[in-house]
Design a protein around this ligand. Sequence first.
Ligand SMILES: *Cc1c(COP(=O)(O)O)cnc(C)c1O
Length: 851
Amino acid sequence: MKVYGRITVFPIMPSRISRLYELAYNLWWSWHPEARELYSSLDPELWEQIGHNPVRFLSEVEPQRLEQVADDGEYLERYDSVIHDFDRYMHPEEDETWFSQNYPHLQDRTIAYFSAEFGLHESLPIYSGGLGILSGDHCKEASDLGLPFVGVGFLYPQGYFIQQINRDGVQEALYEKLHFSEAPAVPAVDPDGNEVVISVDLPGRRIYAKVWKLMVGRVPLYLMDTDVDPNAPNDRELSARLYAGDREMRIAQEIVLGIGGVRALRALGITPAAWHLNEGHAAFLSLERCRELVARGLSFNEAREVVRANSLFTTHTPVPAGNDTFNYDLVDKYFNSYWSLLKLNRDQFMEVAREDHGWGSTYGMTVLALKLTGQHNGVSKLHGAVSRKMWQFLWSGLDVDEVPIEYITNGVHTFSWIAPEINLLFQRYLDADWGRNVDDPEFWRERIKLLPDAKLWEAHHQRKEILIDYARERLKQQHLRLGEGSLQIDEFEQMLDPNAFIIGFARRFATYKRAALLFRDLDRLKRILNDPERPVQIIFAGKAHPADEPGKALIEQIYRASRSPEFKGKIILLENYDIDMARYLVSGTDLWLNTPIRPYEASGTSGQKAALNGQPNCSILDGWWAEGYNGQNGWAIGEEREYHDQEIQAEADSLSLYRLLEEEIIPTFFDRDNEDIPHRWIGYMKEAISTCMPQFSMRRMVKEYTTNYYVPDIEQSIQAGDGNYQDVRTLAAWKERINRYWSNLQLYIQGQRNGQLSLGEGIDVHAWVRTTNLTPEDISVELVYGNTKEELAKPQHTVTMKYIKREEDGAYRFDIHLTPAESGSIAYNVRVVPSHPLLTEKYEMGLIRWA
Ligand SMILES: *Cc1c(COP(=O)(O)O)cnc(C)c1O
């Protein structure tokens, strides 16, 4: 039949357990195992079958079953306890949360977090990979810590694709419609109680988006959906899928996310005091905020100061091709009626996000985000450094170390990823309420000693068995679908050996992740996998982007290997990697392998999930592992450096990996005592837990975002709001003046060029600045010095020179007496930068003049 409407009908719920509905509509249940069990224990089979979606589950569960448990003392006890915990969580005491304890005066402000994807749970396919999981975990932790936080994104009706691998190993993409009546979302309403529908103008038409609200604990997520009347069919499809469609679809989606997202918050009556752009997809939001301010009488430059002052941009992509850019033709088409609202002409508008290439210029979303936010960060220490280099051209003249992009290393939300068996173990041996100490390194360093080796090993083995059952079932289903005979199916039911050493490799199949690195020397791999005394097996899983042909070729290669006589049963490929499968893998394999091309893994997070479940990592020193590896908590593949030639890099890395497996990892794993317990291996497991748990927790991460960025942003916005924008008007006018006269500025210096000093002695340096229309207050003259190594001078120290006087010829004179703090060969120079007390970031103008 042709479907007109779709409604979900729930059975009559016994009133004693009626709050099962309410609970289903808050994703809080997803990271509280006792809450999850209230559903799954009603009908475990149905729970699996409907993909762990409690809303849908409640509509399909047998009413008799509900009646039954409403009378069951044991169930009711669990029910009451969960509801009690839920109520406590949702209505904390005044000073119960971390945020309210530390920032009681900021509780009524709002932090808005924009992301194109949110990976919250497998039943909500609005994420594709790491970026989405990070956003989802970020929201959960923001809720746990009590941040006044809202998320903004899309509710994609078809989400990301379901992966099937056919008989030839070719990935096929399937889309399944998510029926919103079965999603834990409700229409968002404005302060008057009306459902919120926003609109944005696209070329020749207006497009509407309905706003849905989804609760993640205490944090609301506002998700837009364009599949509504009266949108044209094409526009209704606009937000149907994540990262699908052409450039034009992409720019339209990003307009809805950024511009529509701001309008959605306004319609809801929400006024954020801090704005966080998670990746460049949402960067148009800053333009929309500028438009609002220009409409209230500010110039674009003034508006941009207001917008910058309280916004943060997190970049995630060290691969140039991963950064969104648009051709000017497309930007013309979509923005030609918008730039006049900003009181800009076309050139000025394009200039804001201009990215030059050898062949011309494009409109870059990362550039736009960097230029219209006051704070920027990468997602690991190494990625921060890579980003500074990548975007240095926007601050020409600054040394790469001074480019204002910092870093906060990613983490994971502990309770979304810890296996129940490991959780119980920690409760029993570390602390019944160990969750309070998730990010306390001292706690883990000390308490991990209380964990008996045999108990950890036993819990790990339980997880391994659970993974093996799960994998066998998945393989069986996959191959039944492919029409295999019963002989083959029997084989799959025997796949994987709990006594083997099982390596896990699961992530997106992007080429830089080099899933096939282990296959470079097939004979050597064969020897490693086929030792009868020390069996080794590898599980692979992951999706390739549907348009990524080389990524799909990797899947094919691994599929073929998994079906070949020499690797059958040794190499296993599971299809349709998602959050559910990730939970099995990160807690059920023995070793987590990662082989990216350094430095392309911005952070990576799956290895962090594995570590907190007691899995050592074996990885390239890239992303988070470059910080996490300490010699005792896992293994490092290759050297800590980059190569010019990727082929040579792959050769060196694969040799290192083979050697590690043969000489260190596998022998350690199989080194057992008479009870068959591998104490040395368990030492690695414990070290992985105790070092990685606190350092790579989402709790540590969100606290850092809060203290480093959100709180200063909120304070900025309070200040800006109170002064009727007087400060930003002043700052904008000053910046215009500096930009106008900077090119005429000249700098001369006088000081010793060569010679020797004893430590403690100093030299005098003088500088003269000649400028028209700028005053000594407009500038800061800095002496920069540092040790030299092989002709390279690193600017390690910056000292401000003192203004002395205006010389007769009009030049300003600055002096300093430099006493180097350390011995060695020292190089120095002098530079001038613009300086104003209202600048949030010293080098934000990117203007600098060296002598
Ligand atoms: C954690 C996770 C990721 C990200 O893992 P990386 O190590 O960054 O590749 C991707 N997909 C799923 C389903 C995950 O759970």
